[in-house]
Write a protein that binds this ligand. Structure first.
Ligand SMILES: [Zn+2]
Ligand SMILES: [Zn+2]
Length: 143
């Protein structure tokens, strides 16, 4: 196992046998509301390498935009991952739920055009008004 994680209440636990993909920090309004913070830190993982090891019955999904669901623990509210049923091969894992070190730095701030006015991004990570270059998804938040 390369990584494992859990929700705030500990009811939901997961294991990841593969690697985290490119880490993005999404500042769009949907992600801000879903996290209650300035951004969501997410990375794609292969669905075949991701396993819910406890608490699957606690998970609920909210379709925050057509064809895109945010999956969270119904007991404590922790966001765990998002998914697009049309793209079943991967999930976008919420990195704040990892209990293991991530071991790499974010690749991009995305949807900076939609960031909170109090959010002053001052690290050296590249910033993009929308998605990072190379992502092929609809023109709304994909995280
Ligand atoms: Zn929980
Ligand atoms: Zn977003």
């Amino acid at each position: 196992m390369n990584h494992h994680g859990s929700c705030l209440c500990g009811g939901v636990r997961y294991a990841l046998r593969g690697e985290l993909g490119k880490i993005t920090l999404c500042h769009c309004a949907q992600c801000r509301k879903a996290q209650g913070g300035a951004a969501v830190a997410a990375a794609p993982v292969k669905a075949a390498e991701f396993e819910i090891t406890a608490g699957a019955e606690l998970l609920r999904a909210f379709e925050s935009s057509p064809g895109k669901e945010r999956v969270f623990c119904s007991r404590c509210g922790s966001p765990i991952y998002s998914r697009r049923p049309a793209e079943p091969d991967f999930l976008r894992l919420r990195l704040g739920t990892l209990d293991t070190p991530v071991g790499k730095t974010p690749a991009a701030h995305i949807w900076v055009s939609d960031k909170a006015d109090w959010d002053d991004i001052c690290d050296g990570v590249p910033q993009y008004a929308g998605f990072e270059p190379g992502r092929a998804v609809p023109p709304s938040c994909g995280d």
